[in-house]
Structures are given as structure tokens and as C-alpha cells.
Design a protein around this ligand. Structure first.
Ligand code: C5P
Length: 239
């Protein structure tokens, strides 16, 4: 499978989001709706995307008791969302409850877990009782737990791509934010990777926000990202 591009709709105003979606047309299939947009606009933003035949990643990072998370997944399925996520630190009971409702509903929703937020440092891990472990170890442990719980994959930073593939297999989905095409500002992302490199290292999805959402020429940026992805896949397949 070629790496897919996901654009996060990180806007204050739904009008800007709709403008971008219209402008990009068939070039882009996947959009991510996060807490900012969903809290302000709610289900209508999802319904709008579905009316445009788009795939939706609802990024609300559920973390609660198993029954509550299962019911949130149930509601996400009702909304027609294609992918959603939970925090792996909610544990295996919570994740298997999420999986169970997906199976009961015979849904194809893709269930992803967040391992360690990229904003967390080792001292932050210490603060919450996960001291003595480096971040990579914690990511590996939570990715393995996610896989054992039957979920489809994880959100990971670019430099964790190989670690996760090595421990959970190449098919286990890796969604990689912090992606910057050559020549773009890092913004506040500390460890970045190009679309070509992430694709070559086996990312099934890359999330690219500001280089596209803040651009005056988003079509040009998206086209060059898609070209990079294509080039890396042809390198892999030897074409
Ligand atoms: O603008 P930029 O490309 O940095 O946006 C990346 C998107 O991915 C944002 O929506 C951000 O919240 C999200 N994200 C991230 N790092 C993570 C998880 C999610 O940047 N570890």
C-alpha cells in the first residue's frame, strides 16, 4: 500500500477548512479532525467531510474506563468515521473493549492508539510514575500492548518508525506526524522527516499540517508531497 497523506484540519474557523477541502478536491482523501475543530463544530464537520466522500480520522484520543471508551467508539462508528484513536496507557482492558464493539458492529473502522505523546520528556514520564524508562522503551512497550490488544496500529514519531516495525511487524499501521518536505520550516516539530523518507521507512500514513494549511498554494505543496511518496514507492518496488 502506498503511503497515504492525512491533512489535519487545524483551523479556528470551519470556513477555512471547507475552503481547503474544496480547493484540494480529489487530490486528497484523508482529513484529520481533532479536539479543536470537533469541540467547536461537532458532528456536522464529519458529515460535511463524508458528503465530500472524504475519509475521516477522528483524533480525540479517548482515554476512560473500558465501557465509556467502547461507547465512544460506538458513536464514532455511527458518525461514519473511518479511523479513530485511544490512549494506549488506558490499558489492554480498555483497548479490547474498543475492539469488541468494532467487532460486534462488524465495522471496518481503523483503531489506532497513541503511545507516548511527543510532547512528553523523560522527566514528565517520571512525574506520572513511569520513571526509569526511556521514551523509546515506553513506546515499544505500549506499541506491543496495542498490537496484543488487537488494535490496528499507533501514532508514532518519525524516529520510532523502525522500532515499531521491528517489534510489531511491517503491517502494523504507523501514522507519522512531524513530516516536512525539504525546504519547509520545522515550526514547533523537533524531530522531522521528509515524506519520501517516512514512506520509504514503511509509514502507512503521514500527517502534514502547516506546510499545507498555511500555504498560499496548497495544491502545489500537496502535489510535490504526493510525488515524493510515489518516488519512494517505485524505489521500493524497483520500478
Ligand atoms: O502542522 P503540523 O504538520 O506540525 O501538524 C501535525 C499534526 O499532527 C497536528 O494536528 C498535531 O496535533 C498532530 N500531532 C503531532 N504530533 C503527535 C501527534 C499528533 O504533531 N505526536
Amino acid at each position: 500500500m502506498n503511503t497515504q497523506l492525512i491533512i489535519p484540519l487545524d483551523f479556528r474557523d470551519i470556513i477555512q477548512a471547507k475552503y481547503l477541502i474544496e480547493e484540494l478536491g480529489d487530490l486528497v482523501t484523508w482529513y484529520k479532525v481533532g479536539k479543536q475543530m470537533f469541540t467547536r463544530y461537532g458532528p456536522p464537520i464529519i458529515q460535511y467531510l463524508k458528503s465530500k466522500k472524504k475519509k475521516v480520522f477522528l483524533d480525540l484520543k479517548f482515554h476512560d474506563i473500558p465501557n465509556t471508551v467502547a461507547m465512544a467508539i460506538n458513536s464514532s462508528i455511527d458518525l461514519g468515521v473511518d479511523m479513530t484513536n485511544v490512549h494506549a496507557v488506558g490499558g489492554s482492558d480498555m483497548m479490547t473493549a474498543a475492539l469488541k464493539i468494532k467487532q460486534e458492529r462488524e465495522s471496518t473502522i481503523v483503531l489506532i492508539a497513541v503511545t507516548v505523546l511527543t510532547s512528553m520528556s523523560e522527566s514528565n514520564l517520571n512525574e506520572i510514575g513511569c520513571g526509569g524508562m526511556d521514551i523509546a522503551e515506553q513506546v515499544k512497550k505500549l506499541a506491543i500492548l496495542t498490537k496484543k490488544s488487537g488494535l490496528d496500529g499507533v501514532v508514532a514519531s518519525a524516529h520510532e518508525l523502525s522500532l515499531i516495525s521491528d517489534n510489531c511487524g511491517p503491517e502494523f499501521i504507523k501514522i507519522i506526524p512531524g513530516i516536512r518536505p525539504e525546504g519547509f520550516s520545522n515550526d514547533d516539530q523537533k524531530r522531522i522527516m521528509t515524506p519520501e523518507e517516512a514512506s520509504r521507512k514503511g509509514a502507512q500514513f503521514i500527517v502534514v499540517g502547516r506546510p499545507i494549511t498555511q500555504s498560499k498554494t496548497p495544491i502545489t505543496v500537496v502535489t510535490s508531497i504526493l510525488d515524493e511518496i510515489k518516488k519512494s514507492s517505485s524505489k521500493i518496488s524497483g520500478l
